[in-house]
Each structure stands twice: as structure tokens, then as C-alpha cells.
Design a protein around this ligand. Structure first.
Ligand SMILES: [Zn+2]
Length: 209
């Protein structure tokens, strides 16, 4: 019996390519207004998930407009989600991804940036004004700043371009991670960067450079 096109994988997609295809199919269901899980956010669906068999781990932004399970039309148990301001990495985030890949056997890591990201905007503002925020927000801004520097804070299009640069930098850091570099080099695990368009709901992969 063949699975329906675009249905979630059972069991978990076992190759990075298959996992990516499943994720993008879910985004197409979301964009087309025909989610198969969007209507079933119930305790019964949660219970039915049983043991988790996630096939991807997604690192996205805290932005309230970008709920990752919804925009990829995923159900309970199918993806692991980590969200920080502008998907900034720290040791807890990296360790969590290492756990999902190493212990749960997940083959795909996606870093998802989004248009009009406020956290990246804060970094652009901080570099333009020379006023670095205090507290731990300063840490977040510091982690985004290299992407803004690469673009040039004075570039009128700095915000939009830095969003893309910051995704690529995050992907590169994860590919070089102590515990991920081996499986990534062997082709067993993929780390990909993508961008979410708030206006259309579409997720587009960032081309490799
Ligand atoms: Zn954001």
C-alpha cells in the first residue's frame, strides 16, 4: 500500500532527503489551506502519538507569527522544535540538537529564519546607533552582530540581507559542531537553512553558497 503523497512519515524518514521532502510537503499543505493536522490539536491526538519518532529538528525564531508545527503541518511526535530570538545558538541549544540527532536518530536539522525578524532588526539598530542592549538581550544581539557586520550595518538593505546571512552562519556553526560534524561529513545528517515568508506562509530553502 502506498502512502498518500505529502502525508507524514511512518516511521520516521530515515534519510536527510526524505525528511526534507516530508517537511516541505507539510509546508505546501499549510500554504494551500489543506492541513491534515491543523484541525486536530487535541489531547486525543497527543495521546495517540505514543512514543515519539521525530524525523527532523527545527531551530527557529521566537516570533509569535512563526509557529513551526503549524507552518509545516506537523502532528505530535513528528518534529523537535527549538526557538530562540533569531535562532541564536548557545550551548543548551547545541546540546539539545546533539541529543535529537545522536539519541533519537534524527537525520535532518533545519534552521529557519524569517522576513522582518525583530531580533535581527535589534542587532542592526544596535550597530547603527552604537547602543548595545544590556542584560542577556545584549548576548543575543552580540550573536547576530557578525551577520550584520558582514552585510554592513549602513547598507539600507542590511536588515533583509542580514537575516539570510545569519541563517547561513547558524547553519555553518551547526555543521561544524563537535558531535554533528562527523555525521554531516558522512552524509548521514543534513543541516539546511531556510526562510519563512510571513506574507505567503511559504518556506524556501536558502541555496548553498
Ligand atoms: Zn525573528
Amino acid at each position: 500500500m502506498t502512502r498518500l503523497e505529502g502525508m507524514p512519515p511512518t516511521p520516521a524518514a530515515r534519510t536527510p532527503r526524505a525528511a526534507l521532502a516530508e517537511l516541505l510537503a507539510g509546508n505546501r499543505r499549510f500554504v494551500s489551506g489543506q492541513p491534515v493536522h491543523g484541525h486536530d490539536v487535541t489531547a486525543a491526538a497527543a495521546v495517540a502519538s505514543g512514543d515519539q519518532q521525530p524525523y527532523a529538528v527545527l531551530l527557529g525564531c521566537i516570533d509569535s507569527r512563526v509557529p513551526l508545527e503549524a507552518i509545516f503541518d506537523q502532528t505530535f511526535g513528528s518534529i523537535c522544535v527549538i526557538r530562540t530570538g533569531a535562532h541564536v545558538l548557545d550551548r543548551a541549544v547545541c546540546g539539545s540538537i546533539e541529543y535529537v540527532v545522536g539519541q533519537l536518530g534524527v537525520r535532518l536539522v533545519m534552521v529557519l529564519g524569517h522576513e522582518r525578524c525583530g531580533a535581527v532588526g535589534s542587532a542592526v539598530d544596535a550597530l547603527r546607533s552604537g547602543r548595545r542592549p544590556g542584560g542577556s538581550l545584549g548576548y543575543v544581539v552580540d550573536r547576530i552582530a557578525p551577520a550584520v557586520h558582514e552585510v554592513g550595518a549602513d547598507d539600507p538593505d542590511a536588515h533583509r540581507i542580514a537575516i539570510r546571512r545569519h541563517v547561513r552562519r547558524t547553519v555553518a556553526t551547526l555543521r561544524a559542531d563537535d558531535l554533528l560534524a562527523g555525521p554531516v561529513g558522512a552524509g548521514e545528517v543534513a543541516v539546511v537553512g531556510a526562510l519563512y515568508d510571513l506574507a505567503t506562509g511559504e518556506v524556501a530553502l536558502l541555496p548553498e553558497e
